[in-house]
Design a protein around this ligand. Structure first.
Ligand code: GLN
Length: 244
């Protein structure tokens, strides 16, 4: 873990296992959280938690990225051995889990080779391979209270995820595949954990979601708005690509 100086008022963003769950650039989500906090004058830092580190349970917000099947297996083993993320979620700390991370956080997942791997059961979901890989633009309507704008991402996964009763979908698919089990759902939400198949990184494409996580991490009702025309432009382009 990086040894950074921080004060109690510093927002601490946990980037969980970027060494094995960093394949798809989802580490960008931690950068976006830090930047959007700093732009409001809030001190923020990223804490990299690698395979060499125990997982701390008292950071303010956690993000995990996607990975290939083997890397995903190493991550699962580590998070089972050091259950700091499970404790953080039990304490209501926000967690954003992308793609392979939804699968790792579920009860079990099957790899493309058909092997079943026990997950860490933070999400009431299970994952099995679909017949073909789902790759492309993904657009959904959010289902979470507090989110109103369509969500945009890029999906790239073979796993299809089935939600159990304790998990609610994160969005309803408008374009793309999403969870891939024929029910039109995308992602999973349970307590303070949000799982989604959206790469992009998701928080670069969906600033409303970034601020949703920040408000929860900071324990505030709202944040000063940011006027970032380049982010609006990116969103417009990506949402248009999702309509083609
Ligand atoms: N290996 C997993 C799958 O193909 C996750 C891939 C990813 O994280 N993009 O379903």
């Amino acid at each position: 873990m990086s040894d950074q100086k921080s004060t109690e008022s510093t927002l601490r963003i946990g980037l969980v296992l970027p060494d094995v769950m960093g394949t798809y650039g989802d580490g960008g989500n931690a950068l976006i959280l830090r930047q959007r906090a700093r732009m409001r004058g809030i001190d923020a830092e990223i804490v990299n938690i690698t395979l060499d580190d125990a997982v701390p349970e008292t950071l303010d917000v956690y993000t995990l990225g996607g990975a290939e099947d083997f890397a995903q297996r190493l991550a699962t083993r580590h998070l089972t051995r050091y259950p700091g993320l499970q404790r953080a979620a039990e304490a209501g700390r926000p967690v954003l889990a992308i793609c392979a991370a939804i699968q790792v956080l579920g009860h079990w997942y099957e790899t493309s080779a058909g092997e079943r791997v026990e997950g860490i059961s933070m999400l009431d979901v299970t994952t099995s391979p679909q017949d073909s890989r789902s790759i492309g633009e993904l657009v959904t309507a959010p289902t979470l209270d507090g989110l109103t704008a369509p969500l945009s991402g890029f999906e790239n996964h073979r796993g299809g995820t089935t939600l159990g009763p304790a998990a609610k979908p994160f969005g309803r698919v408008r374009h793309g595949v999403g969870n891939g089990v024929g029910d039109g759902t995308e992602g999973a939400v349970q307590g303070s954990v949000i799982g989604t198949y959206m790469h992009g990184p998701a928080l670069a494409r969906n600033p409303e979601l970034a601020d949703y996580l920040l408000t929860r991490a900071l324990g505030v009702d709202e944040l000063a708005p940011l006027d970032l025309p380049e982010v609006d432009r990116l969103r417009k382009e990506r949402l248009a690509a999702g309509r083609r």
